[in-house]
Write a protein that binds this ligand. Sequence first.
Ligand SMILES: [Zn+2]
Length: 223
Amino acid sequence: MVAEHGATWNLSPCLIDLMHETDRLFPGRSTASDGSIGDPAHAARVSDHNPKEPRPPGWVDAVDITDDDAAGCDVGRLVHHLVASRDRRVKYLIHKGTIWKAYDSGGVPAWTPTPYTGPNPHTKHVHVSCLPGERFHTAAWWAAGDVVPGPVPVPVPQPKEDDDMLIVKCAGKPTRFLAAPLCPVIDTMTEQSLLLVGVKAAYFSAESYDRLLNHVTRSFGEA
Ligand SMILES: [Zn+2]
């Protein structure tokens, strides 16, 4: 069960409903990638997992639900249903390298599947953000019955592991987040390479930090 309340924050009621409904429908499902309030990595960037001011109530407007097809909790099915029904509570959904926004954005019409380029491609879970005005809207989230709709279109192949985001820390410099595809590059170019394999965060000397980010910028045009 994800955390629903803290001293200064509250998970939006409609998302509490979503988690309870999911637990009820798929008993024994994996919750390995479930989440509500953001971890320190989320706190360093803009995310609906971070509590909104003022606190309290400090609304948290996002949850992550683990994809567990074996237990019936096929979150691709949930996405399909929410997109097809234009669910009024949804602000955006992210799953398997794709984002669906419930509003027009940058010339892209609402609900159009678009490649998601953030640091975590969400291959193991779906991210559901709700609209602030719909926090108290209760209704079933999942489709009724056992009808399994067709697959959700996924425009861009993404790396298998979605937890391989590297958090690069250095005293006096901004913390940076590097996505999984950069691991091999980092692996061959810094003496910290061994440290980076299998860890989520590492501290660097100023010199190594600059070298790493310069290399990433040269190779990929961004860090
Ligand atoms: Zn999320």
